[in-house]
Design a protein around this ligand. Sequence first.
Ligand SMILES: *Cc1c(COP(=O)(O)O)cnc(C)c1O
Length: 435
Amino acid sequence: MTPSTDRNDVLFERAKRVIPGGVNSPVRAFRAVGGTPRFVRRAQGAHFWDATGKRYVDYIGSWGPMILGHGHPAVLDAVQKAAVDGFSYGAPTEREIELAEEILKFVPSMEMVRLVSSGTEAGMSALRLARGATGRSKIIKFEGCYHGHADALLVKAGSGLATFGNPTSAGVPAEVVQHTLVLEYNSVQQLEEAFALHGPDLACVMIEPIAGNMNFVRASVPFMKRCHELCRQHGALLVFDEVMTGFRVALGGAQSVYARLIPGFNPDLTVLGKVIGGGMPLAAFGGPRAVMEQLAPLGPVYQAGTLSGNPVATACGLATLREIAKPGFYEALGQKTRGLMAGLKSAAEAQGIAFCADSEGGMFGFFLLTELPQNYATVMKTEGAKFNRLFHGLLDRGIYIAPALYEAGFVSAAHSEEDIAATLAAAREVFKTLR
Ligand SMILES: *Cc1c(COP(=O)(O)O)cnc(C)c1O
């Protein structure tokens, strides 16, 4: 066989010799959909170009951060100016205060915030803080929610609610997840049973309020209300992992969506990432002052980071937040995203293909199913082979959606009417081949 001369294939072969699987994060390897990952050469606005020079409309936006599109002039300017003044100091800066103040202004459930470098780090630290602040060990998470790759959170359900989880990764000792209880998303019944059994020992309930790591699944209002009530009743903390939804579904995150629907609603701790860094490694966690003051150097819960609050990353995040805080930003983004979903739905239905979709702000999910799923098991009922044909059909036509059916998608402010129209035209062609 003669080796491929496609530059993506050449790079993938070379990458696989020096990087496990050729990628630095597994989903990039296209294992779910097959084929060769596209190696990105550069990006601008709503597009990126691969190693062959082919252009794609980008619906992953670095898995969420690029809400303004790539290379926004105000953000680029802020980053370039910051870089000239030094990359990292290991000492505090005024810009960290500015970014903290800006975040707290938009997320009123948080009185204090600490900056870190990745969502994984933020989630892991919030978990430690919840345990430290409550003096309890046990935690609840939900099947299909992803909170980064910390040991205690790489876990799947055990057999029944009295038993705790099993690791989903080699290298995680069973002892490390023995305090993690995994429940079905949106099951009020399981939640009530779990609190009845373990209430006094529960440090927290950790949840993606709108789950974006099992495609797009909203927590139902009655379920979220019950999470909140049971946490309050039993002295457990409600931890909202808004790494994906924060500043993506609304300026106040998913919690602002639920606060509108449930009177008096607010989470105890919030975990942020992705958009707040605008594409740079930056994440955060925060909550009430009394809880946050349990962190070192004030309190006994240890947490630290060489690059935390990095001056270039905070410049990027701050410039991004200033743009998205402008009036009308989320209305326009939400409308565009809803339009895209409606267009895809009518394209699919014109071919008699089962299709449903949901979105909030600039985050969306669609399913080759007749009804929106409420939990992970139902999401996974999607016919994988059909999704893969859709994915590759769109990719061939220059439309890049997430390379797995269990991932959400993202629209940016840079996506134009033309981009959306091109996407729908491609989808109409591909749906014809899926019948
Ligand atoms: C992306 C993501 C994380 C992990 O963030 P990283 O920066 O990749 O470590 C955690 N939680 C949620 C909900 C995410 O979407």
